[in-house]
Design a binder for this molecule. Structure first.
Ligand code: AMP
Ligand code: MG
Length: 395
């Protein structure tokens, strides 16, 4: 059995980003950049007015100026402004080469063509957005691994960029095992339960917007072997649920190995989710999650979610975490790390009731998972703990 830390290291070490492709800027949302984007232009592109007002030479600030022309946003004309002169100018208008400063219109007095500047605090180059001030031509605009958010797409559009090189999204198969599992809508016989993990995992993967296939199979050696082969043939990532423990009907590991999946790790010193398996067949990734629903979802967020992020090219793949004080003292056994379903209340972490591996009700209202490392047996009230935020609170 390995530690949580080793498991996370092995995830990072064993997962490369997917292949890349060129996408139009408008089809690139939520992809990650596969290259640094270098700017071909200065931003701002030219000296611009930041205000509606008047442009003039700063050295003329005390004079009564003569307004000789007007430059609207988008005007490309060349205006020569001499000493003692000013031009009417607007936000985004190109500043004449012969001007260096803009006074906002609210701080002027104008009579006919005469203008008096009444801004005591006005400085040289005041209210001017200087060419290249935000970004210089040739500089890195966005680094490889940056997520293309709406802001990033807007920013690249300001540089005139129409196409970007990004990592492709992986395809994912979910395969749930268990002879007791029945689809929603069934009339259950005693001993059967509703199959819930595929609904949960489908919802957890949905924001990634990947090609996804879901199957549920019985606990049968041959069926499991064939279903795994078929999933590995067609998909980049295969996520199994159930059948990875040590029971007589737990066939998943045997079937994975027979399908030439190489084990990276099996079993982590953690609760819930001890039986987690991670393996690879070539570049294909296989995760076998424990069947207990809360354990499956904890393993998903701590290991499979980062794996998906790594394939997408995200260089910070793990859930974001905060150090927060614990509301009440907590005691556990040494030797096993725990992930505890928690909420943030008054800037402290409160551990929820119902931490069992099958308890989803607490998970349903949790803000995140509190991580207590294996070597720690007591956490005092107000001691800082690591709190992992669930993704719905960061997207
Ligand atoms: P297993 O890991 O197959 O031993 O399953 C552990 C527990 O999780 C058992 O109580 C199963 O009935 C339950 N379980 C396994 N798979 C699912 C599933 N897809 N949906 C709901 N419960 C499940
Ligand atoms: Mg089972």
């Amino acid at each position: 059995m390995i530690s949580v830390e080793t498991a996370k290291e092995l995830i990072v070490k064993n997962i490369q980003p997917n292949s890349t492709s060129i996408k139009s800027l408008n089809s690139s949302l939520n992809h990650y950049l596969a290259n640094d984007v270098i700017s071909d232009v200065d931003i701002p592109l030219f000296n611009q007015s930041a205000m509606d007002g008047y442009a003039f030479k700063f050295s003329d600030k005390q004079l009564t100026l003569k307004v000789i022309d007007e430059i609207a946003a988008g005007d490309t004309k060349w205006v020569d402004v001499k000493n003692g002169e000013a031009v009417r100018i607007f936000t985004g208008s190109k500043l004449p080469e012969s001007c260096d400063t803009v006074v906002m219109q609210e701080l002027t007095e104008r009579n006919g063509n005469e203008l008096i500047v009444k801004d005591e605090g006005l400085k040289f180059q005041g209210n001017v957005r200087l060419k290249g001030n935000q970004l210089k031509k040739g500089a890195v605009a966005l680094k490889k691994g940056t997520k293309l958010t709406p802001a990033a797409i807007g920013f690249l559009a300001t540089l005139g960029i129409e196409k970007v090189s990004v990592y492709e999204k992986p395809s994912v198969a979910i395969l749930a095992t268990g002879s007791e599992l029945m689809p929603l809508g069934s009339s259950l016989k005693e001993g059967q339960i509703f199959e819930s993990n595929t609904h949960m995992l489908n919802a957890a993967i949905n924001p990634f917007d990947v090609k996804l296939e879901i199957n549920v199979i019985k606990d049968d050696l041959n069926t499991t072997k064939i279903a795994i082969k078929s999933a590995l043939d067609k998909f980049d990532i295969v996520i199994l649920s159930g059948g990875i423990s040590v029971g007589d009907y737990d066939f998943v590991k045997e079937c994975l190995l027979e399908n030439e999946v190489k084990e990276v790790f099996h079993k982590i010193k953690q609760k819930p989710g001890k039986p987690l398996f991670f393996g690879k067949k070539g570049n294909k990734l296989v995760f076998a999650l424990p069947g207990n629903p809360a354990a499956a979802l904890s393993c998903f967020y701590m290991y499979v979610f980062p794996a998906l992020q790594l394939t997408l090219g995200n260089l910070n793949p793990f859930l974001p975490s905060l150090q927060l004080p614990l509301a009440e003292k907590f005691i556990k056994k040494e030797g096993r790390a725990v992930f505890l379903k928690s909420v943030i209340q008054n800037n402290k972490v409160e551990l929820l009731k119902g931490q069992d591996s099958d308890a989803l009700q607490s998970f349903a209202i949790a803000h995140g998972l509190t991580y207590i490392p294996s070597e720690k047996d007591v956490v005092e009230q107000n001691e800082l703990v690591e709190f992992y935020l669930l993704p719905q609170y960061v997207v």
